[in-house]
Design a binder for this molecule. Structure first.
Ligand code: PLP
Length: 364
């Protein structure tokens, strides 16, 4: 089986796994403590959480704090709902290609939601119109379906000029690109950067005030009650540290894979910009392709027919539609995602299998 779905989730880095194990039971069976307990078991676990927090903080700009959450979805909910004063009817603006975690949460806020369009390349215009009195702008750093890198720093500066907060969903960019330096809040997820599932984080710039969604024990500076998992924190911390250390070599590796796979798939058209993108995401289409049949023909390759969340619904992806693709074009698109552990041999085998399976369909 060849794994080509790195945008859905990444394999757990062996180093992150190693870092987690002592906090499941050991060392010497004392690693299971509650990090919020005052005795030695608790203090040990709390030290592991704080070390992890420092490591995760390296994914963000200076001048803010890291709040651990259960996922990026929760971090985004905390940012959007926690910054929304009840009854405030000022609009928020979000890009048309945001993940559902942003789009659906913004729509649930009971305020007008302005959708910022993208061009054929899948990019939000840096000079796009922002509504008067906009309260918050949310644009992602890297799109999960097509990999395009958005001009988030320019947009964040524009939001700031209008007195609005800027939220950046950096789930697909964290540990791959420099952080969005101008954002006020940044959401990330461990399992997209070779860490464990079940933990994310929200970075909050100093001075930004949020209301908690979860109340209770008052953990995470009162912003996210609930006992933290030291094992998940430790795994996230090591995965974040590794991603920062390997930022350039990971990028060089995916560039090499990208160049090779593109050269082997000349009949396939690229969705989204070729340049302003994370090159570990290849979203391509072939006119008239039956993607369901392709997937059932290629059961030894794990890839996606769109985003993992949207696939299965039968509806064309909202991201591909926002690019101006027809429903037919969107439905004949696939996404290959590769990264740190993908080999050149694997990507060559994938390209060969895709071409052969598509040609079998052409001959029908
Ligand atoms: N934002 C983007 C861009 C994503 O790709 C995802 C996951 O697919 C999420 C948010 C949600 O992340 P999580 O799985 O941590 O809730």
């Amino acid at each position: 089986m060849i794994y080509c779905d790195y945008q859905a989730t990444t394999p757990l880095a062996p180093e992150a796994r190693e870092a987690m194990l002592p906090w499941l039971d050991g060392p010497e069976g004392t690693g299971f403590g509650n990090p919020h307990s005052p005795h030695r078991f608790g203090r040990q676990a709390a030290a592991a959480v704080e070390l992890a927090r420092d490591r995760v903080a390296a994914l963000f700009p200076p001048g803010g704090r890291v709040i651990f959450t259960g996922s990026a979805t929760e971090a985004i909910n905390l940012a959007l709902r926690g910054s929304h004063p009840p009854g405030d009817a000022r609009p928020v603006a979000v890009s048309a290609i945001e993940h559902a975690a942003v789009l659906d949460t913004a729509r649930a806020l009971r305020c007008p939601v302005e959708i910022l369009p993208v061009d054929r390349e899948g990019l939000v215009a840096p000079a796009c119109g922002l509504p008067d009195a906009v309260r918050l702008v949310a644009v992602m750093q890297v799109n999960n379906e097509i990999g395009t890198i958005q001009p988030v720093d320019v947009l964040a500066r524009r939001a700031k000029e209008l007195g609005a907060l800027f939220l950046c969903d950096a789930v697909q960019g964290a540990g791959k690109l420099a952080p969005p330096a101008e954002a006020d809040m940044i959401a990330v997820s461990a399992h997209k950067l070779y860490g464990p599932k079940g933990i994310g984080a929200l970075w909050i710039r100093d001075g930004v005030v949020l209301e908690p969604l979860l109340t209770g024990g008052g953990q995470e500076q009162g912003l996210r009650s609930g006992t933290l998992s030291p094992a998940l924190c430790a795994g996230f911390g090591v995965a974040a540290r590794l991603s920062t250390e390997l930022l350039e070599s990971d990028a060089r590796h995916v560039e090499k894979l990208w160049a090779r796979v593109r050269s082997l798939l000349p009949e396939w058209e690229l969705n989204g910009s070729a340049d302003s993108r994370w090159h570990g995401n290849l979203n391509i289409r072939r006119e008239g392709l039956d993607v369901a049949r392709l997937m059932s023909d290629l059961r030894t390759i794990a890839f996606s027919a769109g985003s993992a969340c949207a696939s299965g619904s039968g509806r064309p992806s909202h991201v591909l539609s926002a690019l101006g693709l027809s429903a037919r074009q969107a439905k004949s698109s696939i996404r290959l995602g590769f990264g740190r552990y993908t080999t050149l041999d694997e990507i060559e085998m994938v390209a060969e299998s895709l071409n052969a399976a598509a040609e079998r369909q052409d001959m029908r």
